[in-house]
Design a binder for this molecule. Structure first.
Ligand code: NAP
Length: 290
């Protein structure tokens, strides 16, 4: 039976560390501030934004929501980002994705100041991640690394397989495992022999977006299995990319869904907001420039 990595408990520990840091910053007159932009009425986005605001409040972080109508133009959204870049009480800017199809999300991400880019999606930040000299890490892969660290799992020398190559999860996930000296393979929809490659993994990260995609025959006995997926099963119930019931008896460690990677994403967002506040108050140095 696998050891279940409890993302809820680890996220609570990270959030408590963040709250302590926020309290310390407040004694110096610094209140970390996060702007959360949401465009349109996507129910999942609304839930994510509400959860992020609640988590900010619990950690003592100031958050301000900008809920814009579905027909907001790209120019209007860019103007808002520019105005937030200029506000000293806002240290982090998060624009909830996906945006409506008439808005170019790349242009919006590019408009966010790299020093306020708490999602770490701006090319300046992704470039820094590539060279291993980073200030912000994207929240979900950073959350996975925190789960590994706090569970005593080391990537060094291990075969690490990441299924998925999105800019948000798969690619940065692979880079972080590489920076910790894992031997990393990235798989995607055109990968041949996926099953055989996965079955070689000591650490297997699934970021596919397909319910119960990873089956027991894809998992090496004793492997660490990290499930990033947030999917719906045939009954509409939340599940992951891993067939938990089938894989759990084979794996050495496994994250559940819910209660695994999901809670970590918000915890790491709070951490990035505190980092942004320190950066903008000259309490940290970095290579991002002004
Ligand atoms: P995405 O942009 O849709 O990327 C999915 C990746 O999976 C793509 O690289 C795709 O390959 C690959 N893929 C699809 N079908 C495949 C197959 N049959 N075999 C191998 N690879 C396949 O998704 P994402 O944004 O990375 O998200 C992935 C999952 O993580 C989703 O369930 C999402 O909801 C979840 N997620 C969770 C959190 C969290 O906080 N827990 C945060 C972000 C995302 P191609 O590139 O070849 O198309």
């Amino acid at each position: 039976m696998a050891i279940r990595i409890d993302g809820k408990a680890i996220a609570a520990a990270v959030r408590s560390d963040v709250a302590a840091e926020v309290a310390a910053l407040k004694t110096q007159g610094i209140v970390p501030g996060l702007a959360v932009i949401i465009v349109g009425n996507d129910p999942a986005s609304r839930t994510y934004v509400n959860n992020k605001k609640k988590a900010c409040a619990e950690a003592g972080i100031y958050s301000e929501e900008f809920a814009l109508p579905e027909d907001t133009t790209q120019e209007e959204l860019l103007a808002l980002v520019v105005s937030l870049n200029g506000r000293s009480d806002i240290n982090g800017i998060l624009c909830q994705l996906p945006l409506p199809p008439h808005i170019d999300d790349k242009a919006v991400i590019a408009a966010i100041s790299p020093r306020k880019d708490v999602d770490a999606f701006h090319a300046a930040n992704t470039g820094h991640i590539m060279i291993g000299d980073y200030t912000f890490l994207p929240c979900t892969p950073a959350g996975v690394m925190e789960l590994l660290h706090r569970s005593g799992v080391k990537a060094e020398g291990k075969n690490c397989v990441v299924i998925g190559r999105s800019n948000i999860v798969g690619k940065p996930m692979a880079m972080l495992l590489l920076h910790e000296n894992g031997t990393v393979t990235i798989c995607h929809s055109r990968t041949k022999n996926l099953k055989e490659i996965c079955a070689q993994a000591d650490i297997l990260v699934a970021a596919v977006g397909k319910p119960k995609f990873v089956t027991a025959d894809m998992v090496k006995p004793g492997a660490v299995v990290i499930d990033v997926g947030m999917d719906r099963d045939e009954n509409g119930k939340l599940c992951g990319d891993v067939d938990y019931a089938a894989v759990e008896p084979v794996a050495g460690y496994i994250t559940p869904v819910p209660g695994g990677v999901g809670p970590m994403t918000i915890a790491m967002l709070l951490k990035n907001t505190v980092t942004a506040a320190k950066l903008q108050n000259a309490l940290l140095t970095d290579s991002l420039g002004k």
